[in-house]
Design a protein around this ligand. Sequence first.
Ligand code: DP6
Length: 367
Amino acid sequence: MHHLNFTVSPEQLDQSKLKMADGSVTWQSPSNIALIKYWGKYGFQLPRNPSISFTLSQSHTTTKVEYLYKSEESHADPIRLFFHDEESPKFLKKIEHFFSSIVEFFPFIPHLNFTIFSENSFPHSAGIASSASSMSALALCLCSIERELMGTLQDEEAFFHKASFIARIGSGSACRSVYPGLAMWGMHDQVKESSQEYAIPYYEGVDPVFLTFRDAVLIVDGEEKSVSSRAGHALMEDNIFAPVRYEQAENHLLTLAESLKKGDLVNFGNIVEEEALSLHALMMTSKPSYLLMKPATLEIINRLRSWRSKTNIPAYFTLDAGPNVHLLYPQSFTREVETFIKEQLLSLCEDGRWIRDYVGKGPVRLA
Ligand code: DP6
């Protein structure tokens, strides 16, 4: 089954229970870094190709959602949003739009007032995409509220499939953040359980070395990027390389799956670096063309490759839709890699900034 029906009919709502609704739920959910990149989408947030990511740990969002039954006479704003304790009209608009697009999956939404408190563990200007952690945290909160008010989603697998499905509607990459270790999103005919609608856990059968991986995020530029991911996805529709790109991603997924299973670090690294550069090549060949890499991005890549060829240490780079470099390597090489970072790379980072992250255990419910 590739498609589960996540729709809930309003008749399933227990009116007396709804009128008593008064509670709160808190989830902490991490960011993720894609190994095979999602780039290009269609329809209702469906990916043009399958993707795989490492779930991270230190970069996360904590979201608390308070909910209260909204009486007919209530004039209160249906949603209030606090980001780091400040009301944020910009994020509120996004959340209002998001909530109105998921009413068919959560029929209680129109009957409740929500107060949302959200905080990121990473600084705003770290150039770290917060949509994956924030949208997954919010989706998890909504699924917990559904469980509470409707008694549904008792089954763990069903709970996380729906959380992933809802997170995807908020931001594609967010659907991969709800699982520990590794997650895969998008259909591939060689992966039976895979789905366009939600991500699936992908750590089973993966060589344990990958679950020890670290991600050193080298901050080349913390500014908000000049072209949003949303606009970037849209430009794929007229990119002449799009069809071969989608084919490349499908092939990479298969060869990466092999490497993950075998613990083949060299092949893993080759694919991951090729994915990062393909993503940026697509940006450069969009119409209009744009470039998100900075001179320091390229210099870091060059220094890494030359250090790697001298030391044979399996440390590889990947890039998001931005200039910052993610350096991925097994935990057993932490000392060597961190010395290399300090001696050769930090001078290329904005104010010498970097973040130590690592493959994590997935989201946790805090309250
Ligand atoms: C380059 O998930 O941010 O990070 O679905 O429009 O919210 P929307 O896009 P988004 O795109 C992420 C693209 C990427 C690759 C990836 O994470 O797979």
